[in-house]
Write a new protein. Structure first.
Length: 150
């Protein structure tokens, strides 16, 4: 926690609103600023093998029905919207409490031409969404070979 008054030698320096305003990077739109606003963008692991592409998306506390997965114009789109409401009341104490929350995210990934959009599988287990996209037949990665000059 920062103090309101800092001492620089024997003279106090008051931290002002403008100090905070000008020291922050207002045009930095990386994930860290979104996290500060209270939203959550799930982390993703991407893996490519000779036969398939794999996407692992960390989304704990969700259900498989919460996800929407689409492929359109060679772009994999993963999104979710979740809304919850909880209400408590006790007539005896004239007590009522109602809380609600809303969360959503959207991630998209450009797929290589080798991706076979007709062979996609998705599972959700232990808080991780696994999406596997098979590659088209005959689209194995070409191996490189070093040729020595004689």
């Amino acid at each position: 926690m920062e103090t309101l008054v800092k001492k620089n030698g024997s003279f106090p320096v008051v931290k002002t609103f403008f100090d905070d305003f000008f020291t922050k990077d207002l045009f930095d739109w990386t994930d860290k600023n979104f996290a500060a606003l209270g939203s959550n963008i799930p982390s993703v692991n991407l893996k490519e093998t000779d036969t398939k592409l794999e996407v692992e998306l960390a989304a704990p506390g969700m259900k498989k029905e919460d996800f929407k997965i689409e492929i359109e114009d060679n772009v994999l789109k993963i999104s979710s919207e979740k809304e919850e409401e909880h209400e408590e009341s006790r007539k005896k104490d004239h007590y009522v409490r109602k809380e609600f929350s809303y969360s959503s995210f959207f991630r998209s990934f450009h797929l290589p031409d080798s991706a076979d959009e007709s062979k996609v599988d998705a599972t959700y287990k232990d808080g991780v969404l696994h999406v596997t996209i098979n590659k088209k037949e005959g689209s194995k990665k070409k191996t490189s070979k070093r040729i020595d000059v004689k």
